[in-house]
Design a protein around this ligand. Sequence first.
Ligand code: SAM
Length: 244
Amino acid sequence: MKQNIYDNDIFFKGYTSLRESGISYNDFVEQPALKSAISSLKGKKILDLGCGSGQFAKYCIDNGAASVLGIDISMNMIEKANKENKHEKINYLCIAIEDLELHNQKFDLIISSLAVHYIADYSALIKKVTSLLNKDGEFIYSTEHPIVTARHEMNNWVKDKEGNRLYWALDNYQVEGEREQHWYIDGVIKYHRTISTLINTLIKNGLVLEEIIEPQSTPAGLEKMPKLINEERRPSFIVIKAKK
Ligand SMILES: C[S@@+](CC[C@H](N)C(=O)[O-])C[C@H]1O[C@@H](n2cnc3c(N)ncnc32)[C@H](O)[C@@H]1O
């Protein structure tokens, strides 16, 4: 099932104000790790899957990329991208990753920031990514860490009576599939997959694993969001880099 949750007005408002605050897990944990995995952007032809409001596409062009095609299922996001991060070397397309068909184009780098956990069929996604990569092309993506998506309840800190976090609960790890969550609104659907599925699907498609990052907060993040110290106790995200 494809869900276009970012076109829900309440969700979009909540998510946008979080990202515009500049004080988020994206700013201090996920984006620094994703960027650190990129060897070079110079002259690269890039595809950004789930490009959101185009910040990353713009970052790529500002750092020497030749072109970026950013695609997203959400019209809200694509309109915002065209308003805020427009550039002659960037094209934004409102289409689901699952429906993308590009017969005569290949890319040097395919990037995806926190969109893969919304995709039901990971195997089809990796097959598509592989077919769209040039030889030696790289695929770098971040996704919610399997230890975060595993539990059906997705409310994983076990706390004492005073509300102190005692430990992180892990359950149903091997039970892959849909998870429903409250995030601004009820009914946000994400997909849980084990680490072995994430990695072995890349290998089965002939990609070579280059790096895995389970990021912690940057020092600036720890100052501005002290709760990010909890990334030491369990990682929220995983960044995976593979080469064709
Ligand atoms: C957490 S946001 C990240 C946005 C952007 N990558 C960033 O880092 O700012 C996830 C994005 O994935 C998009 N998305 C979710 N499911 C999608 C799908 N099936 N096809 C294309 N985009 C999708 C959402 O609309 C949203 O813009």
